[in-house]
Design a protein around this ligand. Structure first.
Ligand SMILES: *[C@@H]1O[C@H](CO)[C@@H](O)[C@H](O)[C@H]1NC(C)=O
Ligand SMILES: *[C@@H]1O[C@H](CO)[C@@H](O)[C@H](O)[C@H]1NC(C)=O
Ligand SMILES: *[C@@H]1O[C@H](CO)[C@@H](O)[C@H](O)[C@H]1NC(C)=O
Ligand SMILES: [Zn+2]
Length: 489
């Protein structure tokens, strides 16, 4: 009888152990409202009623963590101490009026440059405070090391890094997941499949602040830091039919590369038993709707990862130094990947050499990257070790395509586009199907319109083209990395 009891308890205990990691993991990423369980989560107002309270962390656990006031002071102190490479600004206010402070780190903070921008966001969920602590450590580490550490130097010189340690200061102050209106901010974005969160009057100020931020700054990539699991999560987060399965976005390979970069640079994320290599497609783990990640990729032109950085959402503060050490290299490598990998360049017009805010597409990937409105620099993250056909276009100009073999390093590909009009006008229009490259075009042009004036024109254009290419090469694109291959198309 006693033996039976023992076996029973053992079974019970095993069952509990089996479930605990799952529950913990889901807590970080998912909701108490599950899309499959009903339609409550698909109504802006209804979700308030259904959001049950999780058990809050004890007040005692907050010891050693920065309060909101501490955080604000730490950020102000930081930008004073590191004023050469940083500035402080706010992207809006929380429901309770707390400023959503951001630190920008760059050798030219606040200036627009032909460089990619990265953003880190922490504390989207009020009861996941590890991210906000790590982000302050990251900023301070970069400031202390950018003159001696190559990676920190690379980031400061070539990237504009924006750090928002706490998106949800109101939730944090009461140790709760949701914001002050009891809304989960990571379910408050417009969704690609379901018409949720379309009502602007219901959108939370924290969410609105993020959406406006992306209109203002062109971010190439980003990551939000969550807790409750140890995994790097990538799009899509939701499926069309609400079921759970692997659902990759057009840039699945690139996202797998970025997520793996994080997990493999991490001390033990890639050793995960639950997640192969420490990465996961969001929908295959747990479909969510109205999340920030998918919205960033679809509407912000920004490749966003959701990083779950600690199984325990609210560990004791004494564990923070270890967690920081575990994540430091990952956090730096992810930002640096904006410079070290992918295809980058600028788009110019041949006629005046002016920057063109054109579009860049890669054959086989249904996604468009926009060049910057002012400087026409573009930054196309891509999985290394492959050959890509990259096309740049701009209205009124003939698109150009080039083949890029992307190795371990980034490639610079500048495009000089020829205006449609300067194509030889009427004479050529009929014989041009507008898909030839430059050399072929010139030969055709020459043979088909064999007269002196046109010939002179061709020579002049070719010469101008040559000059412009040289100018572009030498002046316009700052060649910062000797390892980076460079082509002009
Ligand atoms: C969705 O809501 C409707 C009306 O409120 C209800 O009849 C229906 O059963 C709900 N669906 C699910 C899956 O709960
Ligand atoms: C990683 O290390 C932390 C801290 O030592 C530990 O709690 C966690 O279980 C480890 N995770 C894996 C997947 O090894
Ligand atoms: C490409 O993506 C867009 C949405 O961004 C979609 O409307 C379109 O159907 C897709 N095209 C192809 C060929 O899949
Ligand atoms: Zn979270």
């Amino acid at each position: 009888m006693i033996k039976l009891r023992f076996v029973q308890s053992l079974l019970f205990f095993t069952a509990i152990c089996f479930f605990i990691p799952k529950i913990a993991a889901r807590g970080g990423h998912s909701d108490y409202i599950q899309p499959g369980d009903g339609n409550a989560s698909f109504h802006g107002t209804a979700r308030h009623l259904f959001a049950q309270e999780e058990k809050r962390p004890s007040v005692e656990l907050t010891r050693g963590y920065m309060t909101n006031a501490d955080l604000e002071k730490a950020m102000k102190d930081f930008t004073k101490r590191c004023s050469k490479i940083s500035r402080l600004y706010s992207i809006g206010k929380s429901v309770n009026g707390f400023p959503l402070w951001v630190i920008e780190i760059s050798d030219k903070p606040g200036e627009i440059e032909a460089e990619p921008a990265f953003k880190y966001i922490g504390n989207v969920h009020g009861d996941e405070p590890v991210g906000r602590e790590l982000l302050l450590r990251l900023a301070n580490w970069i400031c202390d090391n950018y003159e001696k550490d190559p990676l920190a130097k690379l980031i400061v010189e070539n990237v504009h890094l924006h750090i928002l340690p706490s998106l949800n200061p109101d939730g944090f102050s009461v140790r709760r997941r949701n914001n002050a209106n009891n809304v989960d901010l990571n379910r408050d974005f417009p969704d690609q499949f379901f018409l949720i969160n379309e009502d602007l009057s219901l959108r939370q100020p924290e969410t609105t602040a993020i959406m406006n931020w992306l209109r203002e700054i062109r971010f190439t990539a980003s990551a939000t830091l969550h807790g409750g699991a140890l995994v790097a999560n990538f799009p899509w987060d939701g499926t069309e039919d609400k079921r759970k399965y692997y659902y990759g976005c057009p840039d699945d390979q690139t996202f797998r590369f970025l997520a793996s970069l994080y997990s493999k640079s991490h001390r033990n994320m890639s050793f995960s038993i639950e997640f192969e290599d420490g990465i996961t497609n969001g929908a295959s783990w747990y479909p969510i709707y109205g999340g920030m990640q998918d919205w960033n990729y679809i509407h912000g032109g920004c490749f966003e990862l959701t990083l779950e950085i600690s199984d325990n959402k609210w560990p004791r503060a004494s564990e923070l130094p270890t967690i920081w050490e575990y994540n430091r290299k990952s956090m730096l490598n992810l930002v640096a990947s904006l410079v070290k990998t992918g295809v980058h360049g600028r788009i110019f017009s041949l006629d005046q050499g002016k920057p063109l805010p054109g579009l860049v597409v890669v054959k086989g990937i249904n996604y468009t990257v926009k060049a910057h409105q002012a400087y026409a620099d573009y930054h196309r993250l891509l999985e290394p070790g492959k050959i890509y056909e990259v096309t740049a276009s701009s209205p009124g100009y003939k698109p150009k395509t080039t083949t890029v073999w992307l190795g371990e390093n980034a490639v610079t590909a500048d495009f000089i586009l020829i205006p449609e009009a300067s194509y030889g006008g009427k004479l050529l229009r009929s014989s041009c199907d507008c898909s030839y490259g430059q050399p072929l075009l010139l030969t055709r042009f020459f043979t088909e319109t064999n007269n002196g004036i046109t010939f002179a024109l061709v020579v002049v254009v070719a010469f101008l083209f040559f000059l412009l290419q040289r100018r572009v090469r030498s002046n316009l694109w700052k060649q910062r990395q000797s390892s980076r291959r460079s082509i002009t198309v």
